[in-house]
Design a protein around this ligand. Structure first.
Ligand SMILES: Cc1ncc(COP(=O)(O)O)c(C=O)c1O
Length: 253
């Protein structure tokens, strides 16, 4: 597999080019890695409109992690969690309320996203016999019951898998329920980045996915969503659709 981004960084660091651009350390400093810390200069591609080395690296990562697509992000899993929720809300059927059905053990980034995007969380509580909120097992039957009790499908169903204790949800079974209700399944996979490299590989094998994953900690930042349909646009507001909140965010994610 090629390493386009690393190759570019190495070549630029070795070129001795005068750095008349950000960041201010100019490629030197106590950490030793400053030479590879670049901004979006010519040839380095652009994170949110990737068409060069970043796009090629994302394609490689998608092949490596077995995902339909990979998009690099700043700000760890938190940013990815917000982005996937934003996309799910943006793509919900016209006229449906901004509601997300979420297992109660969400990370606080989900709660922050609820405040930022102005959606209402409906909680899926742990099933009988589970005493810890760190674990919130959701079975397909329980999810089916919760969805059938709603007037309209939520903008998304949201789970954390693996959770903080290493428990894994049955993603294919939950995805199947979500498909029936035509709602995307979003999975915060912050703790599961490297599951792909276990044998046997069990994570979400049967499902298209938008997971946020975090390669630099325990995992790729997060697998975000198992969607019944692909997002219509990668970024920004879909023309003709209102923002999911009463007022637009200061800046589109
Ligand atoms: C389940 C889960 N989701 C999201 C996050 C946020 O990750 P980050 O700190 O990379 O933004 C964390 C952080 O620990 C987490 O445990």
């Amino acid at each position: 597999m090629t390493t386009p981004l690393a190759d570019f960084l190495r070549a630029y660091a070795a070129s001795g080019t005068a750095r008349l651009h950000m960041p201010g350390h100019k490629g030197r400093g106590p950490l030793g890695c400053e030479a590879w810390d670049l901004t979006e200069i010519s040839g380095a591609d652009s994170l949110y409109e990737a068409a060069g080395v970043i796009a090629r690296s994302e394609e490689n990562a998608a092949a490596l992690f077995g995902s339909a697509a990979t998009f690099y992000s700043t700000e760890g899993s938190t940013q990815c969690v917000k982005a996937m929720l934003f996309l799910a809300l943006q793509n919900r059927p016209a006229g449906t309320p901004p509601v997300v059905l979420a297992a109660r053990n969400v990370h606080k980034s989900f709660v922050h996203a609820a405040a930022l995007l102005d959606f209402e969380p409906l909680w899926l509580w742990p099933e009988e016999g589970t005493s810890s909120l760190c674990a919130c097992p959701v079975a397909a039957e329980g999810l089916d019951r919760a969805l059938s009790a709603l007037d309209a499908p939520p903008a998304a169903v949201y789970i954390t898998s693996p959770d903080y204790l290493g428990n894994m949800a049955d993603i294919p079974a939950l995805a199947e329920v979500c498909r029936r209700y035509k709602t995307p399944l979003l999975a915060d996979n912050a703790h599961g980045a490297y599951l792909r490299f276990l044998t046997p590989w069990t994570w979400g094998r049967t499902s298209p996915a938008i997971p946020p994953t975090r390669p630099c900690r325990s995992s790729p930042a997060g697998r975000i969503c198992i969607s019944p349909k692909p997002p219509r646009r990668r970024f920004g507001r879909t023309p003709g659709r209102p923002w999911p909140s009463s007022g637009p965010p200061a800046r589109p994610i």
